[in-house]
Design a protein around this ligand. Structure first.
Ligand SMILES: [Fe+2]
Length: 288
């Protein structure tokens, strides 16, 4: 059973026009628009969907306001999908969605759908320096793929929720910080994390989704473009300690935040999970 990646996120949003403007400024390409909302596709084949919060076909929210209503995980093949279905059916009633996905819930109540990944290999598209090829910075970025999603998980449910993902869905723990959260990667992914469960008191909800760019120039170019359009950054640009990725976060009107990232640490099965009693901290450096 191999889960490969975040395949799609579906938001229920209160102001769809503002939500659309944000994700288009962020660099996503709309592939379908109608009265129900808009779908964006990334070069990787992953998608982001915005729907009206009142759409009765949306799964229930785990928090108030605009937020992610469904997290879709992409798996490697149909046999994996069947294996996940058999595992989850032990203690929950599953549904089939219109695209052949299997839909259940995690212990916090987040709706999870599993589908065979529509995977396209992603190629870096940034201009590179070369002989007779002067560097030309990118002013409009196009995110390559979704790297990870992060959810607030009630402290009292963190252990149960992490074990649901690791023991039942095959996620691997990369780093775990006592009383702070767990960074996990899908069985089919080397990323430091594809899922981070962050525990802040008993809060449940969506925290952020991260989009990979080629390099730091793109993070700066994309972030400056967002600021120029009037969107508010949540942080300054910097480099994280856990995952060591470069980052810049912005507040998303559709719920939580979005992160531009690049250069994240990668791991294979030789890595032993790190358990920290003390939080190693947020960033190696962050601009002031
Ligand atoms: Fe992140």
């Amino acid at each position: 059973m191999k889960i490969m990646r975040v395949e799609s996120l579906t938001y229920g949003v209160e102001d769809i026009e503002t939500g659309k403007r944000y994700y288009e400024d962020w660099g996503l390409t709309p592939v379908e628009q109608g009265k129900n909302g808009v779908d964006y596709a990334l070069p990787s084949g992953q998608t982001i969907k915005l729907r009206n919060a009142s759409d009765p076909s949306l799964p229930p929210a785990i928090e108030g306001g605009s937020t992610v209503r469904e997290t879709v995980w992409g798996v490697d093949n149909a046999a994996s999908l069947d294996a996940i279905g058999a595992e989850l059916a032990k203690d929950q009633k599953l549904e089939r969605d219109s695209e052949g996905g299997i839909r259940g819930k995690d212990p916090v109540g987040m709706t999870l759908t599993f589908r065979v990944a529509k995977s396209h290999p992603t190629e870096p598209h940034a201009p590179e320096k070369g002989m007779n090829r002067p560097f030309w910075p990118v002013d409009r970025v196009k995110p390559l793929r979704i790297g990870h999603a992060v959810f607030f998980t009630p402290s009292s449910k963190l252990k149960e929720t992490s074990e649901f993902y690791t023991k039942r869905l095959g996620f691997r723990m990369t780093e775990s910080v006592k009383q702070f959260g767990d960074f996990m990667r899908c069985a089919g992914s080397p990323d430091h994390h594809n899922l981070f469960l962050i525990a802040v008191g008993e809060k449940a909800g969506f925290n952020h989704v991260a989009f990979e760019l080629n390099n730091f120039d793109e993070i700066m170019g994309g972030g400056k473009f967002m600021e120029g359009k009037g969107w508010k950054a949540n942080t300054k640009p910097g480099r994280h300690i856990m995952g060591s990725n470069l980052f810049w976060y912005f507040k998303n009107p559709s719920g939580g935040a979005t992160e531009y990232f690049s250069d994240m640490d990668v791991f294979d099965d030789n890595w032993q999970p790190k358990y920290h009693d003390k939080n190693p901290g947020y960033a190696h450096w962050m601009m002031s």
